[in-house]
Design a protein around this ligand. Structure first.
Ligand SMILES: [Zn+2]
Length: 131
């Protein structure tokens, strides 16, 4: 799914940046592994249809829908993680998308997917509420 090739060619200048975020990267990779295990078991559940009885089949279909919703959630999180890992690799991680400032480490450790600094996040939040 992710070939990991992007950014590998420009390794030297990014080393420091990657080191700075290596703890977050490790966390994200662990989370990603856990999610892909979960997605795999969801897939296994979906494909292990075993009943002949039609009532049971209806029940299974219902279960499949629940499982599918869980799967969507996991997939969303998976892609957020993939994006963050990409940003770490490319040296664009931890930079506020509004003002371009570096997002404080403490914030990133609490919210690994934060793409705004606290100030801009608050401003965006205020704007959303006033609408
Ligand atoms: Zn900002």
């Amino acid at each position: 799914m992710l070939d990991g090739a992007a950014g590998r060619s420009q390794a030297s200048g990014q080393k420091e940046h990657m080191q700075q975020y290596s703890r977050i990267q490790t966390q994200l990779l662990a989370k990603q592994a856990e999610l892909s295990r979960r997605l795999q078991s969801i897939k296994d559940n979906l494909t292990s249809g075993r009943s002949a009885d039609s009532q049971e089949q209806a029940q299974e279909l219902e279960n499949a829908e629940v499982v599918d919703a869980l799967g969507n959630e996991a997939r969303n999180e998976f892609s957020r993680i993939a994006r963050a890992l990409d940003q770490i690799k490319n040296g664009t991680y931890g930079i506020c998308i509004d003002c371009g400032e570096t997002i404080p480490m403490a914030r990133l450790e609490a919210y690994p997917f934060a793409d705004r600094c606290i100030r801009c996040a608050k401003a965006a939040e205020t704007e959303r509420r006033s609408r």
